[in-house]
Design a protein around this ligand. Structure first.
Ligand code: ZN
Ligand code: ZN
Ligand code: FE
Length: 768
């Protein structure tokens, strides 16, 4: 193949990243042959190794093209090119995989949405996979959710039960075929199939289960549909009765339901999209994207009641595309679970748990080994913010600025994830959920076991939250022969933000959320820290206030309202004409007031989330919530962004500084009494927080000399605050770090915990 022997040179390439099981070797093969190069490619422990010989120009062109033309789901993290002696190969070949042991530190691909090639075959009547709901290739299809062991090879996936037919086998074995080593390769003859069942599990005899499902959806039925990472519950999104029915049966009052629409054009009929949002919706991860709802559309009101936004996604499996071949405006595709439990993944579990919700079940016989909820993102400018990082993103690691120890971090409680670290990589798990029931705890245990197995990371160090009552803390405590490191919740938030920004030097951290256990046993959440991975100091916090009824105060923001009113005015607060007094019984208010003044079942908190709740109730916006953060979310949506005014604030210097919120509460009460509109009050409240903490940060900068600020905690899901703080702090010359790859909410906690534990310090530790 070489024309001029004298002109021949050789190079060795080592490529790391997601380069196995994603069509990388056939791509290299074709590129090498196209450039008239000889040599070989083989999988190695941490990627691929390539040897090529040919003319310098051809080799140069080959090397230059790799990162540009790589297969869509391949990710190159490192590419090392070195000179090598010419060996005189006569062709280019793909070497078979080496022993299993060696493949253990290779990165595993996340699940990937169906590619355009497969999509056109799916709807091509002449193709042998016409309408086959499991069509896939090396560029697309299930990955992480069907693996139970490494290396990523068919016998270690849930495809092991299906023996390929000769035609599929031929594609699988041919290096030039786009299904070369596509582990889930299958067809009608040899692969998984769908079937339709009643709510009792009895099979519905029909020649076309998908067509039948479409008819049932049109008729307003609730269908449980087995997907990629678990079951969805689907209804026609235009059918208000069907949506109401689903909400009632699922006991989901107001929390928005996710939609799936056939294409971007369909989404544009009911939502406003910008170019960046379109790009994210179309990305191979296909996340649920939070977008602005159009004021008038055919989507049922109950999909996202009282909300200006909708969570939408595009189809990501062939089955979804087949279901959406009927021109529904959109389908509600909400997670297939009973209230807050993990979504069902097995057919049996689904029949058992969803039988009382779904009218029919569209199932299939390819097992899901690891549950993976749909990811949720939001686009801010050119940045994609993770709200729930799960399917499509996991298990791609977060690359760190420096090497870490091997650590298992257990996360906190709500929106929990776990994290495993190795070298400069942090593997954040998929969304596990709120660890408040036994089935979520079981999923947590399974995820730890599964991730340790597929990543081959078995740490001796365990990091956990300081909260003594969390199930994740109890898990850590029960482990034998491990070093256990307790990490303060807000310290973990800030370090999680530092880690994804590759920063190790101390920062000023603004950690704002609802609940996090403090080192003094109180509930923190409005915290200014001086933090690095080794330690933290609490520089300032919102002054403590009683939380009457403890967690009951989270569900009923008016309780916090009463607590703040008492704090700001004493008993005279009852003389004001506040809307709350028309809605909440006097007797109830009296009871709560007694709990506050008597400190009966009223733990102290410095939470900013609770301040939002209190203000929302004082202004009459919301007294009870049906999901976490609802009151704050409504204040954000209500706020008039053009308002420039703000409320007064003050703090007492000390160690730490105490931020007094009385002037803020008093200002809000004055405005409410003077009939100032809710949008104005909300606007002023947001401005106040930005002014307050910007000014405080400047004071802290003077004494600490620190100019870098990290923003973390669930409160920063609030876009007015995120943008407002970024702008205001940058305006004062601060370097601002915020989240993008990792959620700012408790879904990112485990990353911070792992980094802090790896730094070896922690905020409390013991070994056994
Ligand atoms: Zn494909
Ligand atoms: Zn086949
Ligand atoms: Fe938190």
């Amino acid at each position: 193949m070489r024309d001029k022997k004298t002109d021949c040179v050789a190079k060795r390439l080592k490529i790391n990243g997601i380069v196995q099981g994603v069509g990388f070797r056939p791509f290299i093969f074709q590129l090498a042959v196209g450039n008239r190069l000889c040599g070989k490619i083989e999988n190695t422990a941490d990627g691929v190794s390539i040897f090529v010989e040919g003319t310098p120009e051809n080799i140069e062109s080959f090397c230059r093209t790799i990162p540009v033309k790589k297969p869509p789901i391949a990710q190159i993290t490192h590419m090392l090119i070195s000179d090598a002696p010419v060996k005189g190969y006569s062709n280019f070949s793909i070497q078979s995989s080496k022993g299993h042991q060696e493949l253990k530190s290779t990165l595993i691909s996340p699940d990937v949405s169906i590619c355009n090639d497969c999509l056109s075959e799916l709807f091509d009547p002449k193709n042998r996979r016409f309408h086959y709901p499991f069509i896939n290739c090396t560029n697309c299809g299930p990955r992480y959710t069907i693996i139970d062991h490494i290396p990523y090879d068919r016998p270690y996936t849930s495809m092991k039960h299906f023996q390929m037919c000769p035609e599929c086998r031929e594609e699988y074995d041919d290096p030039l075929d786009r299904r070369f080593h596509a582990q889930p390769n299958a067809c009608f003859r040899c692969g998984p199939m769908v079937s339709l069942h009643t709510d009792k599990g009895e099979k519905v005899e029909t020649g076309n289960p998908i067509q039948k499902t479409i008819e049932l959806l049109k008729a307003g039925k609730i269908i449980a549909i087995k997907g990629l990472g678990g079951f969805h519950l689907a209804v026609d999104a235009e059918n208000n009765n069907a949506v109401a029915n689903l909400r009632r049966k699922k006991t989901r009052e107001e929390k928005p339901l996710a939609l799936m629409a056939r294409d971007i054009e369909k989404i544009k009929e009911f939502a406003e999209l910008n170019a960046e949002e379109e790009k994210v919706l179309l990305s191979p991860a296909r996340p649920i994207t939070i977008v602005k709802k159009r004021r008038r559309s055919s989507i049922a009101k109950l999909v996202a009641p009282g909300n200006q936004y909708l969570g939408v996604m595009l189809p990501y499996t062939p089955l979804h595309y087949l279901l959406l071949s009927y021109p529904f405006s959109a389908l509600v595709m909400t997670s297939g679970n009973k209230s807050e439990e993990p979504i069902s993944i097995s057919n049996q579990d689904a029949f058992q748990k969803l039988g009382a919700i779904a009218d029919f079940f569209l199932i299939h016989n390819r097992d899901i080994y690891l549950r993976s909820d749909d990811s949720i993102v939001r686009v801010a400018g050119e940045t994609t913010l993770q709200v729930r990082r799960s399917r499509g993103y996991v298990p791609v690691p977060i690359f760190l600025g420096s090497k870490t120890e091997e650590v298992l971090a257990c996360g906190a409680e709500l929106k929990n994830t776990i994290c495993l670290t190795r070298g400069n990589q942090a593997f954040l798990s998929q969304h596990i959920g709120d660890m408040e029931n036994p089935s979520t705890e079981a999923f947590f245990l399974k995820t730890i076991k599964h991730m340790q197995q597929v990543l081959d990371i078995h740490p001796d160090v365990i990091a956990y939250d300081l909260h003594p009552d969390y199930l994740s803390t109890a898990y850590a405590a029960a482990q034998k022969n491990k070093q256990k490191i307790g990490v303060q919740h807000h310290h973990a938030h800030i370090v999680s933000c530092m880690a994804e920004n590759k920063i190790q030097e101390p920062v000023i951290g603004l950690a704002f959320d609802g609940t996090g256990y403090g080192t003094d046993g109180k509930i923190w959440g409005g915290e200014v820290l001086l933090a690095d991975p080794g330690k933290f100091d609490r520089l300032a916090h919102l002054s403590y206030i009683p939380m009457p009824g403890s967690t009951a105060a989270i569900k009923e923001p008016w309780r916090m309202g009463v607590s703040y009113l008492l704090d700001s005015f004493g008993e005279t607060f009852r003389e004001f004409n506040l809307p709350m007094f028309q809605t909440i019984d006097d007797s109830k208010i009296n009871t709560i007031a007694r709990m506050v003044t008597g400190r009966i079942n009223a733990p102290m908190t410095s939470s900013l989330g609770r301040l939002f709740d209190g203000i929302a109730s004082i202004m009459g916006l919301r007294y009870r919530v049906s999901f976490e953060g609802q009151a704050a979310m409504e204040m954000e949506m209500t706020a008039d962004g053009s308002i420039e005014g703000s409320y007064e604030y003050s703090w007492q210097e000390g160690t730490p500084f105490q931020i007094d919120v009385k002037p803020i509460v008093q200002g809000v009460v004055r405005d409410v009494i003077n009939h100032i509109s809710q949008p104005v009050i909300c606007g002023k409240f947001h401005n106040t927080l930005i002014h307050l903490f910007t000014e405080l940060s400047e004071v802290i900068r003077k004494t600490t000399g620190l100019n870098r600020i990290a923003l973390s905690g669930g409160v920063f899901q609030n876009q007015i605050l995120l943008k407002g703080f970024s702008r205001s702090l940058a305006g004062k010359g601060f370097k601002v770090l915020s989240h993008s790859m990792v959620p700012c909410n408790d879904g990112g906690i485990s990353l911070g915990q792992a980094i802090i534990a790896s730094a070896g310090m922690g905020d409390q530790q013991h070994a056994d």
